[in-house]
Write a protein that binds this ligand. Structure first.
Ligand SMILES: [Zn+2]
Length: 324
């Protein structure tokens, strides 16, 4: 194995300049692809096969209201420290398909292309992964925000996973389907209520509701993680002594909210309760060294939570594994 020192790099670069170019056009560059390759990553949890699929991203301009209890300059500094542009935050969406051996379970359904032109890629990535939407048995939902339920229906309103049972947190259903809650909703939440109704009204009688601390799908256990929304759920996937903690929206981007668990993102509907949940889950993930998948973690959205000091945490991405 040769190690390229700074000196050999410089020498090589110098040498390259002196090589004559043979016949202009003879070595034409291949055209640039101009688009991203499929966003699919596969890993095992015991005997279960997990496929992470990106639905793309939405860019959110950063303003003082995004983190409600921190100065904007501190938020920008945290992004700068993570080498992320400081004017807009890229918010990615990663859904999971879990093949338990007996069921094909989709955890959260993406945006359905309703939030941004750069999102809604779940369906083409399912195709790239070789997963037929008709083969999905269960669509398991963590909470009712549009980026998690929008993809249950295609843009034309038809069901994207026509043979799947849709399984949702009971407390989410009770809140979002309540006429009173909708009539009292602040302006910023009205659209979210409308999307909930558009997705669920035509299929209300067929939706199965689950409670916390139950097993809504085989080998997948619901962990109450309230605060982000009234009935927000995380999941523990367990197979053959291995586990994956599915974080859902316990934090949004880890560079901001794993690093600063006390920061309140605008999306957290009960910020104090969300912070309490976040601290509890960070502590659990770090102490038990759990593999964690977060819906808004950078793709493929899986890794560990490291505790750096008493109050400091960091997300450490999993290394690409070429073999299953
Ligand atoms: Zn979300």
């Amino acid at each position: 194995m040769s190690i390229m020192s700074r000196r050999t790099v410089l020498t090589a670069a110098g040498a390259a300049v002196t090589i004559p170019v043979a016949g202009s056009g003879a070595r034409a560059a291949a055209p640039a692809a101009g688009r991203q390759s499929p966003g699919v990553y596969r890993y095992k949890v015991g005997s279960f096969e997990v496929t992470a699929l990106t639905d793309g991203l939405a860019r959110r301009p950063l303003d003082a209201g995004f983190v409600k209890n921190a100065p904007l300059e501190d938020v920008r500094k945290a992004l700068e420290d993570a080498f992320i542009p400081t004017e807009t935050l890229p918010i990615t969406f990663t859904a999971l398909v879990v093949n338990t051996g007996s069921r094909l379970v989709l955890i959260d359904a993406g945006t359905g292309g309703r939030l941004a032109p750069t999102a809604g890629q779940l369906y083409e990535n399912l195709a790239a992964a070789g997963v037929d939407p008709k083969a999905v048995d269960t669509v398991l939902i963590s909470h009712f925000h549009p980026d998690h339920i929008g993809g249950i229906r295609l843009k034309d309103g038809t069901l994207a996973f026509p043979n799947a049972e849709v399984v949702v947190p009971e407390a989410e259903w009770d809140f979002w389907m309540d006429e009173g809650a909708m009539s009292r909703a602040p302006a910023g939440l009205v659209n979210a209520f409308k999307i909930v109704r558009a997705v669920f009204d035509p299929m209300a009688k067929d939706v199965r509701r689950y409670k916390g601390d139950t097993e809504p799908a085989p080998g997948i256990y619901a962990i109450p993680a309230y605060g982000h929304t009234p009935g927000h759920m995380a999941f523990r996937i367990a197979s053959e002594k291995e586990q994956l903690l599915v974080w859902s929206d316990v934090t949004n981007h880890p560079a901001l909210f794993v690093r600063n668990p006390g920061w309140h993102a605008i999306f957290d509907m009960d910020p104090e309760m969300a912070e309490e949940t976040r601290r509890r889950m960070l502590d659990m993930a770090a102490t038990d060294k759990l593999l964690v998948s977060g819906y808004h973690f950078p793709f493929p959205a899986v890794g560990h939570i490291a505790q750096r000091s008493v109050r400091e945490f960091a997300f450490v991405p999993e290394q690409w594994n070429p073999a299953l």
